[in-house]
Design a protein around this ligand. Sequence first.
Ligand code: ADP
Length: 314
Amino acid sequence: MAAARPGASSPLQISRLVKRYGEQTVVDDLSLSVAPGECFALLGPNGAGKTTTLRCALGLTLPDAGQITLCGEPVPERAREARMRVGVVPQFDSLDPDFTCAENLSVFGRYFGLDAATVRERTPALLAFAGLQNKAGARIQDLSGGMKRRLTLARALVNHPELLMLDEPSTGLDPQARHLIWRRLKQLVAEGTSVLLTTHFMDEAERLADRLAIMDNGRILATGSPREVIAAHIEPHVVEVYGDWADGMAGWARAHGERLSVRCELSGDTAFCYVNDASPLLEQLAQQHTLRYLHRPANLEDVFLKLTGRDLRD
Ligand code: ADP
């Protein structure tokens, strides 16, 4: 977390937010606040309510209950004014295909009341930040997916926002493009910009977030720094045991895995054994010859799966 901008107050406070669609409550009494200069990650499986929460925070979706303050302004009442101080990277790129990269920045700048000269002055630095310094005149259809996402990030920074909100910023990107986006987000946070991002990638949250919340069914299930969330919700060690189900894996799990673990979860051909002390389990496994295993520290993904389950989400 960086030194916040001088005099900065919380860029986003959400208190007891409720949003219903018909019978379904998609955001259910949710409260969170982003501190100035921090990166906050909202984690959850598909359909958890992350995008709806962001849309309510921006005043794009009307909530059924709750209070929202964005950059000091009440939302939805003064959402338009608040949005002038926020940058948004939506889940799906919404660049104008008829314009070049530089033109996309200048069109977007106009929404923020920036005159053409100001945007022209900012454009080289924004394109360089996005690694697109040679692409000012390139058309959108000639950009790769990673380049489009980087341009969308540059576009979201045209108004020098206090808070940058990103909805699944690295979904669909290759590892090189993801790493570049991560480096840039870290740089922005180091410079004092607050960041709120949604993701279902645990490594993204673990690398970037000062604090995070895991949500499902519209509710926050755990919150804190990545370390705090891991320490509070899961045993420190995991032993993953792999083997053929028919060749004794399930039998081993029943006979030893469950006895020597705090929790032993079977998923496909793997038994996930969660333990405070891995030694008894490792001694037992040393006597097995058909099973392979991996001992590792528990991570955010373990917590996520414990809290939201291993069932597939569409
Ligand atoms: P996430 O971003 O975590 O994947 P969303 O906020 O997009 O979740 O969606 C949460 C739930 O709300 C889902 O079940 C989704 O189908 C539903 N939902 C979202 N937007 C609408 C809408 N405009 N009308 C009806 N249901 C919606």
